[in-house]
Design a binder for this molecule. Structure first.
Ligand code: HEM
Length: 401
């Protein structure tokens, strides 16, 4: 392996371009090199990357608090997003009012909307024989499903919110983008306050009261939910479809037998997880992987590296759609485990089904090599695909259009 310019074991940096460009190598180096890595950048932090150590931290929220936010060296002015950035008991109380709208049975009911919207997006590019998948399918599909089907927003809001919350572009501009998105979400919440109740997740959030939970926190919560699926679910599309574009045998298997999609999805989620690094603050002295951490220390939990822990996953960098990879940490673990997991699975499963049904043959240009942005989240910047569409009769997904 070519040496890195930076020593990621003792001088880890979330903003280093080598992390984006050589993620597989960095992760392998962490696993081979030390139990816990260190960064002296900014406030300084530990990087916990072994699967068992990450589990230890996520299960112990009293010692590893989320209340200082999920980003290390947070840009000034960046708003806070509950429930991810608060601790129990407030976090548990807030989840209890949101969960009924996102639990498996509620999420399953969105299948028709997912299929229908996937087809609307595909209709817009099918005649072209090519698509920029990230902006035309991977990000808009999950965003549409949460924003309109779950939260009842107008379609007209979608392009603005997608842009504000997309995690694309320089970190320095992100705080302002997020604030812009937040202003728009607040406007929607004020509008809903003045309307009759629809009995949906927004009304439940508007009615939720708890000590220490302000109006800004309510707005932050709806932002967090809106952001939840954009880059995260989007990367599981772009990563998985890039794999299928470059591995025709795997693609043909999923086209021939869509019942294989849910298992393949877990493998795609293990490798193409959108949420790769989440921060915690140490509240009392503790030992992780043999390293002593003190009260006040900052810790980065690398879900992305834990998903490639070689003690758990054989040949961890290999995409193997036959692997039963259900133990991955793409959705985190412990009290903050993703509240949108069931919805994400519904969007991914039926989004893949519709895509593969209508576009069974696709590829990338011979000179294409994906670019990534990596920090707290990781995603593919763009994925231009060329394809051959299936004949029109192939598009009858159980009558849903
Ligand atoms: C494939 C798609 C997704 C991935 C990979 C993902 C990943 C994650 C992860 C790793 C966490 C834990 C954060 C931590 O430990 O601090 C999390 C939390 C969260 N996710 Fe997701 N997520 C996805 C989709 C969604 C969707 C669709 C929504 C919205 C409906 C959503 C909303 C949230 C919220 C609100 C939290 C905070 C939960 C809490 O702290 O109690 N996510 N997500």
């Amino acid at each position: 392996m070519e040496p890195f310019k930076r020593d990621f074991l003792t001088d880890f940096d979330l903003t280093d371009t080598e992390l984006s460009e050589r993620w597989d190598d960095v992760v392998a180096t962490l696993h081979a090199g030390c139990p816990v890595a260190r960064s002296e950048v900014g406030e300084g932090y530990w990087v916990v990357h072994n699967y068992r150590d990450v589990i230890q931290c996520t299960k112990d929220w009293r010692t590893f608090s989320s209340a200082d936010g999920f980003m290390v060296n947070r840009p000034p002015g960046m708003p806070y997003f509950p429930p991810a950035e608060v601790d129990p008991p407030l976090q548990r109380a807030l989840r209890a009012v949101l969960e009924p709208f996102l639990k498996p049975r509620a999420a399953a009911a969105f299948e028709p909307q997912v299929r229908a919207h996937a087809n609307t997006l595909i209709d817009a590019f099918i005649e072209r024989g090519e698509v920029e998948l990230v902006s035309e399918f991977a990000n808009p599909l999950p965003q549409y499903v949460f924003s309109t089907a779950v939260a009842g927003m107008d379609r007209e809001e979608l392009p603005y919110l997608l842009n504000a919350f997309s995690f694309v572009g320089p970190e320095s501009e992100r705080a302002q983008n997020f604030l812009n998105g937040m202003t728009r979400i607040e406007r929607y919440m004020r509008q809903r306050q003045g309307e009759a109740s629809r009995g949906d997740i927004v009304d439940a959030l508007l009615a939720f009261e708890h000590e220490g939970f302000s109006w800004e926190d309510k707005v932050g919560t709806l932002c967090q939910l809106t952001i939840g699926g954009i880059g995260t679910t989007g990367y599981a599309f772009s990563g998985g479809l890039y794999h299928l574009a470059t591995h025709p045998a795997d693609r043909q298997r999923l086209v021939n037998d869509p019942s294989l999609i849910p298992q393949a999805l877990d493998e795609f989620l293990r490798l193409y997880l959108g949420v790769v690094n989440m921060a915690r603050r140490v509240k009392q002295e503790v030992e992780v992987g043999g390293v002593k951490m003190r009260e006040g220390d900052r810790v980065l939990l690398s879900y992305g590296a834990a998903c490639r822990d070689p003690t758990l996953f054989e040949e961890p960098n290999k995409v193997d759609i036959d692997r039963r990879a259900t133990a991955h940490l793409a959705f985190g673990a412990g009290v903050h485990r993703c509240i949108g997991e069931s919805l994400a699975r519904v969007v991914l499963r039926f989004g893949y089904e519709e895509f593969l049904k209508r576009i069974p043959e696709f590829g990338v240009a011979a000179d294409f090599s994906p670019e990534y942005e990596t920090g707290s989240t990781r995603h593919m910047v763009r994925l231009p695909l060329h394809f051959t569409a299936a004949p029109p009769h192939a598009r009858q997904p159980g009558g849903v259009r």
